[in-house]
Design a protein around this ligand. Structure first.
Ligand SMILES: [Mn+2]
Length: 314
């Protein structure tokens, strides 16, 4: 459905329960917070289902808004934001996600699990769509809502530096600044402030990237023992590091978790991360995608090496 139809849908219903995806990032949380606050501003009831995986940094940014809570979903209109597939909901949201009335999303890989879908894969962030929907709805966008939208757009664009950044991203950011988002402070918290454990992790990353295929591929493996002394917050955006090396077309980051190898893929234009990840049952965006492999690390590494051979030749 279009932005207009999405706003009309929201105008007709009430009692919203908003779902975010697992490993919640700034976009899913910012989109949910802005949607909840915007709906409340037009007299609707709206809560966000508590996400057990929210990290301390985002809990500090969003926790004080009073919009997170528990619910069994009974009688609620369930809306999912920034979530491409029902597999991506945290455990407490899986049942509810399966009966979602609406999904607002910007992932081309969206599996159309919700009854209604408002999708624009040209949007850099789901938050851009939520902002448009709220404007269409005539919602009162105050400083808190503007802040949530800014967090969504700024984090999904890597502070307006990734290839997905558009004129709309800047326009929306500009509007949120006018509406009261403290852009300088948010940028400091989101992009410059680092824990000492994050700096230590970056030290490991910068000395352990393995290049191949004439420097066009960069693979980073973060083994379990390094992850054990790393906070979840520290891992945000680290997948961008291997791909940031000059000349790299595809940067792949493997994280050795207890039960699987989680893989993040970042690519330069012309190399499709969504297609690459799709071969392993994952997906995402053209320049940023991911997947999981439930095999030992060495097997995952060799399967990925084979797939990279497939891109560039041996
Ligand atoms: Mn997103």
């Amino acid at each position: 459905m279009t932005i207009k139809e999405c706003a009309e849908f929201l105008r007709l219903r009430d009692d919203y329960l908003i779902l975010t995806h697992r490993k919640p990032d700034g976009d899913t949380l910012g989109s949910a917070a802005a949607l909840a606050l915007g709906l409340r501003s037009v007299g609707k009831r709206a809560v966000i289902l508590e996400n057990p995986e929210i990290t301390p940094r985002y809990a500090a940014l969003f926790g004080g808004l009073g919009i997170f809570g528990a619910s069994d979903g009974g009688g609620k209109t369930i809306v999912a934001v920034d979530t491409a597939s029902p597999k991506l909901f945290p455990d407490n949201a899986k049942k509810l996600g399966a009966i979602a009335a609406l999904a607002i999303d910007h992932h081309p890989s969206n599996t159309r699990y919700a009854e209604n879908l408002c999708l624009d894969s040209n949007a850099a962030a789901c938050g851009e769509l939520v902002f448009a929907v709220l404007n269409e709805l005539g919602a009162d966008v105050g400083a808190e809502t503007a802040t949530a939208i800014y967090i969504a757009v700024a984090t999904d664009t890597g502070c307006f530096s990734y290839g997905n950044t558009t004129a709309d991203s800047f326009r929306i950011a500009s509007e949120t600044a006018r509406l009261g988002a403290d852009v300088a402070e948010l940028n400091r918290v989101l992009f410059r402030a680092k824990s000492k454990s994050k700096i230590a992790l970056e030290g490991y990353i910068y000395s352990n990237i393995v290049y191949s295929h004439g420097g066009r591929a960069a693979v980073l493996t973060i083994p379990a023992e390094i992850l054990a002394r790393t906070a979840e917050d520290d891992l945000e955006n680290i997948a961008a590091i291997p791909a940031s090396a000059e000349g790299v077309i595809i940067g792949i980051t493997l994280r050795e978790l207890a039960d699987e190898i989680r893989v993040s893929v970042r690519t330069a234009p012309g190399c499709d991360a969504n297609v690459f990840s799709g071969r392993f049952g994952g997906g995402g965006h053209a320049q940023a995608a991911g997947f999981s492999i439930k095999q030992p690390l060495a097997d995952a590494q060799s399967r990925i090496a084979e797939a990279v051979d497939g891109l560039f030749g041996k």
